[in-house]
Write a protein that binds this ligand. Structure first.
Ligand code: EPU
Length: 302
């Protein structure tokens, strides 16, 4: 979608938006898939309510983009603009055992920054790509750690109430790859309360998780992590693997040879290819196991 009306463009710029027209979202997603639209980069949290009022007044559909690492975006011209928070400097501020982290901060860098200051707990999340805001929204987890366990407070723009609110951790429910945030809530910042641990010990934990990940997941390939959530008590990856579906392809969308719940873009896969592959695998798993796999990847199609 292209914002051609000069009045909206001017008003958005005055509200503090950096407008980048015609951005190809394939460059902003870890899958390397996605069509183009205008990108609105926001530098100040306080400007968000006014910016969203403006978009609503002009009936401009919009979506919030985090780090783009768990996201499958449609092809061609996209029918909405995309809002993204710019990363402030610094993006993590420590205060005793608390880490105040901007939602735009990179998750992996946040884990290592905290580790250097003897704050642990997040070791399992090393290697999970994306921003802290994205991890928070879906309660990202790995190797027995999930980010929700450490949340003390979240600063969030609540679209339904059109205002920024601070929620305590106990006002949010964090479940397996799911939270009680509304789909149009925009994560702005989080305060994590982390256990003190010596750096050496944390680094040891980080190394172990890195090794496990390297041994079982495709690294350096374009993917969105696991495509499906694990059904209760089972592993989607194992089921897909048992059906012999590693390597199954639609165009250049392909089930990873390394971990069957990772679908990779092996070249110039389109969203259409990837969606067809997802549907095919879901169908085969349902026929064989009677289990309907639920997407973990967030799909943004028209
Ligand atoms: N397995 C296979 N074949 C495969 C993949 C897995 O047989 O192709 C088997 C493994 O050998 C193992 C079992 O399935 O016995 C479970 O595999 P793994 O330990 O890789 O865990 P997972 O359930 O497939 C989950 C998360 C990952 C997370 C890892 C480590 C989900 C959907 N996936 O994978 O998270 O990194 O555990 O904690 O919850 C993600 O969410 O995007 C993600 C990658």
């Amino acid at each position: 979608m292209h914002l051609s009306d000069p009045q909206i463009r001017k008003a958005l710029t005055e509200a503090g938006v950096e407008l980048e027209p015609g951005v190809n979202l394939s460059g902003l997603t870890s899958l390397g898939i996605g069509g183009s639209t205008d990108l609105l980069r926001i530098r100040k949290h306080d400007a968000i309510p006014a910016i969203l009022d403006l978009l609503d007044q002009h009936k401009v559909p919009h979506r919030f983009l985090g780090g783009g690492s768990n996201l499958l975006v449609g092809d061609d011209n996209l029918p909405w603009v995309v809002l993204q928070l710019a990363k402030p400097d610094p993006d993590v501020v420590l205060e005793g055992s608390r880490a105040h982290v901007d939602a735009a901060a990179d998750l992996g860098r946040t884990v290592t920054f905290c580790a250097k200051h003897d704050l642990g707990g997040l070791e399992g999340l090393i290697g999970v790509p994306g921003t802290v805001g994205g991890a928070l929204r879906m309660n990202a987890g790995a190797y027995g750690t999930q980010i929700g366990s450490y949340v003390e407070e979240v600063k969030v723009y609540r679209a339904a109430r059109r205002k920024i609110e601070i929620l305590r951790g106990d006002q949010i429910s964090f479940e397996y790859r799911h939270t009680s945030f509304a789909p149009d809530d925009m994560m702005l910042a989080v305060t994590l309360n982390l256990p003190s641990k010596p750096y050496r010990e944390i680094i040891q934990g980080i190394r172990i998780c890195n090794e496990k990940r390297r041994a079982s997941q495709p690294m350096g390939q374009k993917s969105a992590g696991c495509i499906f959530k694990n059904p209760p008590g089972a592993s989607a990856g194992r089921m897909i693997d048992e059906l012999g579906l590693k390597g199954l392809s639609v165009g250049e969308a392909r089930v990873s040879d390394r971990h069957a719940n990772f679908f990779v873009n092996a070249g110039r896969a389109s969203a259409r290819d990837m969606l067809e592959l997802i549907a095919e695998v879901r169908d085969r798993v349902e026929k064989a196991y009677g289990v309907e796999l639920e997407n973990e990847v967030v799909v943004w199609t028209a």
